[in-house]
Ligand binder design. Structure first.
Ligand SMILES: [Zn+2]
Length: 173
């Protein structure tokens, strides 16, 4: 179950609204598995029906991850008028090169383990849903657990506490 800070959910929805009438897309980075930042990426397709992440911006974010130790947590995009679940095109696009047809899913997706987040503006308030795409083109939805910044910090602090205790147990004698 993906645990996502409320502020990042709000930012993805704000981005979806800002990019109307077109679909919006972007990337969420994590640190130690905790989502820490979301980045708006230009939709190079500039379309209300599909998205194509600007390759240069995507490349820069990849470099940023390599340098900072942050990891790819999620790829998000919006549906301006349809349900918030991956379309057939979205499923195909989760593979690289994109799957040509239903017989072209017998391989790992481009970013295994990465969440695909769909923001749908078809309803008010908008819905935000998370999916995993796996080998075979199988799409699974998992409920999102929203977290406040404080609970995320508390989880991080407890990780640090456990790490320190494991490394220097004598501190706790
Ligand atoms: Zn889509």
């Amino acid at each position: 179950m993906p645990r996502i800070p409320r502020a990042i959910i709000d930012e993805m929805v704000a981005h979806a609204r800002a990019d109307l009438p077109n679909e919006a897309c972007g990337i969420v980075h994590a640190r130690e598995g905790v989502p820490v930042a979301s980045y708006r990426v230009k939709n190079a397709a500039a379309s209300p029906y599909r998205y194509l992440m600007d390759p240069m911006q995507q490349y820069r974010l990849e470099t940023q991850r390599d340098e900072s130790g942050e990891t790819l947590f999620a790829i998000y995009h919006s549906h301006v008028a349809s349900e918030g679940r991956p379309s057939q095109t979205d499923r195909r696009q989760a593979f690289f090169p994109p799957a040509q047809d239903d017989n072209d899913f017998d391989r790992d997706p481009a970013y295994p383990g990465t969440w695909y987040i769909l923001v749908s503006l078809a309803e008010e308030p908008p819905t935000v849903r998370a999916f995993q795409v796996s080998r075979g083109g199988i799409v699974d939805e998992e409920p999102i657990e929203t977290a406040t910044l404080l609970s995320v910090l508390a989880a991080a602090a407890s990780l640090v506490y456990r790490w320190v205790r494991a490394r220097w147990p004598w501190l706790f004698w």
